[in-house]
Design a protein around this ligand. Structure first.
Ligand code: SF4
Length: 358
């Protein structure tokens, strides 16, 4: 029986969630001998974190927090492209077990979803949160309490999803949470559409950067991400800066990530994401051992069905060619779930075993 696209997508999910991968199977730099402390702790002890919070908050008056550079005064209630107020809006805060294995560990990644978004892709899987801004307004102190609660229940990190437009609130909340005992890594889980000067403010605060690299072509970026034609150039520069700050992914002896960069790249139908160009760029601009997650789980969401080019899931062959390109350009640290999905389909194709999915 042929492997259909439907079966491929379904089984990518099933396989991804059921793999019993040990975090220790990851290729990552082993920890140094001195005890680890979070980046923000060092900065606070040097007396510099308060100044960063102040510097970040001042940006609300003429918002340049992201490359949209709207220049609105969010302190006065004006809203820019992201439609975000100055106050935090949070959709959820809970342990998440669907992230990369070194973030999830045994107890989950402490994931906080911020409402609204500065990129607003038309295929967004979280569109009620990012496009419609569903969520609850919160004070920075409440965010700090959420961080502490996630740490208390054993989460291995604080995973800040779509943080760009609320970066000042996050810094303030981190400082408050640190005073209450926060001591786990901050994961900056971003679309990658970040300004260099903003990343400089985050230098010494964020432990793990997890940017997307969605497209390599400016026309595609403009078409599918609300006119953001500068996305490829801006994001390439941003990732290089992130790598300068925190370097390659490091894990502790239990296989839990505590510092470094994880790059995510979602394979899209009809080569829309420019995967070959992406892996080639990583191989040339960054260490070949940079942790890269080539993701197979694209699905037709939100308004993607209006664009024929992306109005379907990816095929087995589209995923396999993406993984082949990564190998061809010499990337050595691919996400183990993606590697397992690739191996699963290669094995099935070579065995020609009938697939018995629903
Ligand atoms: S964070 Fe929002 S208001 Fe500020 S520049 Fe970006 S899109 Fe505009």
């Amino acid at each position: 029986m042929k492997i259909t696209r439907r079966n491929f997508i379904k089984n990518s999910f099933l396989l991804g969630s059921s793999l019993l991968l040990s975090p220790l199977s990851l290729h990552a730099i082993p920890p140094k001998k001195e005890p680890w402390i979070p980046a923000y702790e060092k900065l606070e002890k040097e007396g510099k974190l308060a100044q960063r919070v102040k510097q970040a908050y001042a940006m609300f008056e003429n918002c340049q927090l992201c490359p949209r550079r709207c220049g609105v005064n969010r302190k006065k209630g004006e809203k820019g492209f992201c439609r975000a107020p100055m106050k935090l809006v949070i959709f959820s805060a809970s342990p998440h077990f669907g992230e990369e294995v070194s973030l999830v560990g045994q107890n989950g990644s402490g994931t906080i979803f911020f409402s609204n978004c500065n990129l607003r892709c038309i295929f967004c899987q979280n569109w009620p949160i990012s496009h419609e801004g569903r969520g609850k307004e919160c004070q920075d102190e409440e965010l700090a309490d959420m961080m502490i609660k996630l740490q208390k229940i054993g989460c291995h990190n604080i995973n800040l999803v779509t943080p760009t437009h609320v970066m000042p609130n996050i810094l303030n909340a981190t400082r408050i949470a640190y005073s209450k005992g926060l001591h786990i890594p901050l994961v900056y889980n971003t679309s990658g559409y970040e300004c260099l000067e903003i990343l400089k403010i985050l230098d010494g605060i964020v432990d793990i950067y997890m940017p997307d690299m969605k497209y390599m072509d400016s026309n595609k970026a403009a078409k599918y991400s609300a006119g953001a034609s500068d996305y490829p150039d801006v994001t390439k520069k941003a990732i290089i800066e992130m790598n300068r700050q925190v370097g390659e992914l490091q894990i502790d002896k239990k296989g839990i990530a505590f510092r470094g960069v994880i790059i995510r790249h979602l394979v899209m139908p009809n080569r829309v994401a420019g995967t070959e160009k992406f892996v080639k760029w990583v191989a040339q601009a960054l260490p070949k051992s940079t942790y890269v997650n080539i993701m197979p789980q694209y699905r037709v969401e939100y308004k993607a069905y209006e664009y024929p080019e992306i109005a379907r899931g990816i095929t087995v062959q589209e995923f396999l060619e993406a993984m082949d390109w990564a190998k061809k350009y010499g990337l050595t640290n691919l996400d183990p779930n993606s590697v397992a999905v690739r191996d699963f389909y290669l094995q099935r194709e070579s065995d020609r075993v009938p697939f018995k999915g629903a």
